[in-house]
Design a binder for this molecule. Structure first.
Ligand code: NAD
Length: 271
């Protein structure tokens, strides 16, 4: 396990903000970062546990067991008017932000052929995955610059995009477009924030076993059996979490604007 404290990076505990922290990849990221010594601000749509959703309240218990302080924030990142309060709440709770993990994302409610994509679905997916994530990053980056310039830590922003930033799926163009756009957002923030020492990375997961892929599990089982993933298995949320923790702990400290593939080799073009 990575550890900021063992690596002597920080005097105080660093703080990571994780969007979409209730479940799936975001939850695994929050727990792995906490294990490495981060305190966590976790953002998601709802605090409460329901049968379908483990919720931020459940995460609070697990984070406490790891000795991490936790600020649960109930917010929809697509609502830009809420971003100011998110930053203020984190500021009041922790006084610093070292890492932002832009993980929250949605798939189209219904997969439809590109010839039948509706404007409503297009707008909805882009409002969360691209617009909401972009403006939340803009809102948080200002605070991160202050932390970075205090000079006692390592600052990073990590965008969870997808292989869909490059790989076409004809029945969910809005998702592919949102992730391709977010990939450029990552590049531009890397360019702009380098002078402040803030590293920016893009992580591209492949096929990961979460609620998001549960509806298409059989299709992906068949694809994996047929060899679509060179490493031959589903990815797990922890596979992505370990990459994120490595980045947040400065393992790639002389890199920024870098894309890290975490897809079991689906990035390989093969003849
Ligand atoms: P998930 O659906 O299991 O979890 C997503 C979380 O984000 C949920 O807790 C949800 O409530 C939250 N969220 C959604 N919209 C939000 C909003 N507007 N504001 C705040 N929180 C919101 O999905 P996952 O599989 O864990 O995916 C996490 C990220 O990884 C997403 O960006 C997704 O696009 C990306 N990704 C997933 C896969 C995969 O195969 N599962 C592959 C590539 C990329």
């Amino acid at each position: 396990m990575k550890s900021v404290e063992k690596r002597g990076l920080m005097d105080n505990r660093p703080v990571a903000v994780v969007t979409g922290a209730s479940r799936g990849i975001g939850r695994a990221i929050a727990l792995d970062l906490a294990g490495a010594g981060f305190d966590i601000a976790g953002i998601d749509l709802a605090l409460k546990t329901t049968p379908e959703r483990a919720g931020l309240d459940g995460l609070a218990v697990e984070l406490a067991d790891l000795g991490a302080a936790f600020l649960p924030i109930e917010a929809d990142i697509s609502l830009l008017e809420g971003h100011g309060k998110i930053v203020t709440d984190i500021e009041e709770a922790f006084g610093r932000i070292d890492t932002l993990v832009n993980n929250a994302g949605i798939a189209p409610l219904e997969r439809r052929d590109v010839l039948e994509t509706t404007p409503e679905s297009f707008d909805e997916v882009l409002s969360v995955n691209l617009r909401g994530t972009f403006f939340l990053t803009q809102a948080i980056a200002g605070r991160m610059i202050e932390t970075a310039e205090a000079g006692d830590g390592f600052s990073s922003i990590i965008f969870i995009t997808s292989i869909s930033a490059e790989v076409s799926s004809v029945n969910r163009v809005e998702y592919c477009v949102s992730k391709a756009g977010l990939s450029m957002v990552s590049t531009v923030f890397a360019d702009r924030l380098a002078e402040h020492g803030i590293r920016v990375y893009e992580v591209r997961p492949g096929i990961i076993e979460t609620d998001m892929t549960a509806l298409v599990k059989e299709k992906y089982d068949r694809l994996i059996d047929g060899g679509a993933v060179p490493l031959g298995r589903w990815g797990q949320p922890d596979d992505i979490a370990r990459v994120v923790t490595s980045l947040a702990c400065a393992d790639l400290g002389y890199s920024t604007g870098t894309v890290i593939d975490a897809s079991g080799g689906m990035n390989i073009r093969s003849l």
